[in-house]
Each structure stands twice: as structure tokens, then as C-alpha cells.
Design a protein around this ligand. Sequence first.
Ligand code: GDG
Length: 511
Amino acid sequence: MSRLVIVSNRVANPERGQASGGLAVSILDALRKHGGMWFGWNGEIVADEADITLTRAAHDHCTLMTMPLTERDYREYYLGFSNEVLWPVHHYRLDLAHFTLEAAEGYRRVNARFAEKLSEIVNRSDLIWVHDYHLIPLGADLRARGVGNEIGFFLHIPFPPPEVLSATPEHEWLMSSLLDYDLVGFQTTTDQANFCRFICESMAGEMTAPDTLRVAGKCLRVSVFPVGIDVDSFVAMAQSSEADNRLQRSRREAEPGCSVIGVDRLDYSKGLPEKFRAFGRLLEMCPDGCKPASLIQIASPTRDDLEPYIDIRRQLEALSGAINGHYGDFDWTPLRYIHRAVGRETLAGLYRASRIGLVTPLRDGMNLVAKEYVAAQDEADPGVLVLSRFAGAAEDLQEALIVNPYDIDEVAHAMRRAIEMTKQERVERHQALMGRLRQHDACNWMLGFLAALSSCRQQLADDMGARRARRRNANQRRGPLAAFSGYASASNSKGKLIAGTKFGGGTRSSS
Ligand code: GDG
């Protein structure tokens, strides 16, 4: 079996229980199952490029190869281009994107450095799996250094429509560098379709099969791999003694009404102000003195040196203060907003203790919290997931109450419906959702991606062979004159395949 080499911007410590980020959680699950090497940034900052060296650390399931960034790299590559340009654009927030040439240069520089260091340590038979938007050009940089391995790329965040993407300076360079991967994976069919549309419309690419793109003389596979969680481990965690302690404490200290839980990194894509407003609307909808629900919102800190994150934090403090001031009572704090990370077992206990899981991002690649909430429920008396239609998870988790997070009234009504839902309906919905979780779990995500990556070169070669054979047969059927007059396939400027285009002359209709 080939060794798996995972590359991501940040490498998490497998021994620390507080990996508050979906990418780290999903990679740790993958490495636990498969083993291999994880390569990337160790989270440290050094003064000078000369101080950057690779460090090796062995853990149970994997080897970590990590290095620091310089202060300038952190500012330009990480904060600047990755999180002030790519993150907002991919979450459809052009209004928050802030482009500078220095940041773009920093992004190129760090990707080239990752490629240089990685090319020195990979073996020819390694499968290389690159993760997320920080490292889009890494495949092309590795190719430039002669790395001929199979290299796959998975995008954890959404891929926006071409009309949005094209507002990113450098987007053509970025997209053409994706073409050096053998396989590009997305979370949902919408993301895949947006990418293919961009390549076909703007780069004269063509789809030669539903998941195969040919462009600029290159062929690559483009598929959907919805990221999932390790369902059994999460179920076990939700029943562990630590989670149970949390559950018992939650019951003892329960605020009045139905318990609602939200768990998100404190990011503007997660729709937290809208969520707080919807919760406020639910309280407003109820008659005076009624205490229908209490919300606990864990909002773990993230990128808190960027202005939009500071701004969202201020908004949440103001909103939670206003809601508690207006509705709170001597025995009731309707909204408990906790701005710090908590342990995973505690999270699992909180999910289990809550009647409603409120997951309402404005845009999200997948959203693992939605899946964790479902997995943590007591199957005999489960809670209800209220889920944004703009989370990738909504493509699959149809038995949740699906809402438009921008529509405050709709979200408030969905909460009321969840509060009033019969046990039988809750159980039926939960069973269906568990089936979906198991179908798209962490293991299937990883194995699906790796199987596609290790077979895609052969498959692409087979597809090309089959296409050539089909064309030969078609020419033979048309007879010697057709072959003589040089009929072939070609692409028009929109990238659509036009069969039967005649070189150097008029065009005949396709056969
Ligand atoms: C990106 C994409 C995609 C959160 N707070 C705490 C904590 N967490 C854990 C959750 C969950 C993970 O972090 C968050 O995952 P999400 O998927 O919800 O969101 P992102 O971090 O934005 O992840 C996303 C994901 O990558 C995977 O592809 O689904 O769309 O944006 O596991 O439980 N964990 C702990 N303490 C916290 O306070 N321990």
C-alpha cells in the first residue's frame, strides 16, 4: 500500500483534544484509520526565513513533518491572501475581500517553499493529498520540481459561481494551477458544477465525462467527496463518562424552556448574528412570561487579528447583551454566549443534552457540527437539527428542518416547530439522518478520495483510449471521404464540444 502524505496549511497536535476546526478534525480521523505523514505549518512564527527548518515528530498513527512561518509569511500568505481574499470570496463575501499584491506574492512564496521542502522528502510511490484553499498552487509547484506522484486536492470550503470567483485578482493563475492535480475533490455537487462551469466557460475546457475535464492538453478527474465524521467514535464519546457528567450537570443547571445548542468557530460565514436575532424573534413570538427556550452558543476564537472577526465579535456581544437584558429574569439567562474552545467530550455532552441543534451558516463547505449533533443524540429521545440550506451538509441531511438563515422568521418558526415536534417524528427523522451519516462517514470520505486518486491516471488513460477508439470507429462509419476531409472534434470558445468541426474551412453540423 502506498504511503499517504497529507499536506495542509496547519498541522494539529493529535494528542490535544481541542481541534476546533473541521479540517483538523477530518484529517485526524483519516490518519487514525490509514496512518501516514502529515506535512505543514506547526503554528509557530520565527523572525527570519533562515530559521525555517523541518521538524519530525512520531505519533501513534502518523508522522508529523512541520515547519514555522515567518512573521511576513503569516501576514501575507495566511492572513492576507488566504483569509482576506480566498476565504471571503469562496464564501460569496466579495464585500469583505481585501486584495494586495504583497499578500499574493506571499501566497506564491509560501506555496513554493512548501513544495521545495516536501519534494525533498516524498518517495516516488507516495500518494500526496493536498488540503484546502491555502495550498491551491502546491500541486503545480511540486510538478515544477519534478514530482511525478499522483497528487490530489480537496477543497473543504465552497467553490463559488464563476461570476463571484472572477472578482478575485489572480483567479486565472489559481485555477490553471489546479489543473496540475490528478484529482480535485469538492464537498457538494454545487461546488463541483461551479468549478467545471468556470473551466469550460473561461478556459475553453470540456467535460469528457461527468467527472472528467480536459483543458489545455491536460485531463483531470473532478469529483464530489462529502466529508463526514467518525460516527461510532462520536456516538461512544457522547456516551462517555465525561460527556455524561456534562449531560447531568446540564440537566441540573438547566435554564427554563427547551435547550438549544450552537457550536461554531467565530467566523462571519457561520451566520451568528442572524442566529442570535432568530433566537430573539422566537422569544418575541411567545406570550409575556413564557420562556420557550435557552440557547448556549459556543463560539471558539479564530483569526481574531482580522477586522471582520473583531467586528463580528462586537456584534455578538451587543446582541447577546440586548437579548439577555430584554428577556432575562432572576432565574433565567436566555442566551449563554461562550467565546472560547471547550473539550470535545464536553461538546458531545452538550449536544446530547440539547433538544435543538441550531446550525445556520450563511455559507459552509459541509459543516461537521451538524453531523456531530445528530450522532450525539439519544436514539430513544433525540433532538432536532435545524440546518441552513447553505451548508454543504444540507445536500444530504434532508430530514433536518432546513431553513434559510437570512430569514429570521423562518428560523424562529423552525425552532418552534422543533420544540413542538412529537417524539415519534423526532425518532423517525433521527433514524434517517443516522443512516445518511453512516453512508458518508469519515472513513468513506477518505477511502473514496484515495481510491479515486490511486486509480485516476489509469482511468483517464482508459477514457482517452476509449474516446480515440470511438472517434476512429465514427470516421470509419462515415467512410473514407469523411476521414479524408479531416473531420475532428474541437471546442468552441465556450468550451462545449463541437463534433464534426472541419479544420481550415466551414463547419458541418455534428453527427
Ligand atoms: C471547514 C469548513 C467543513 C468547534 N468548536 C469547538 C470544536 N469545534 C469543532 C467542531 C467540528 C469542527 O470544530 C468545526 O467543523 P465545521 O465543519 O463545522 O467548520 P470549519 O471549522 O469551518 O471547517 C467546513 C470542514 O472544514 C471539514 O471539511 O465541514 O465547511 O469550513 O468538529 O466540533 N471542537 C472543540 N472545542 C470547540 O470549542 N473541541
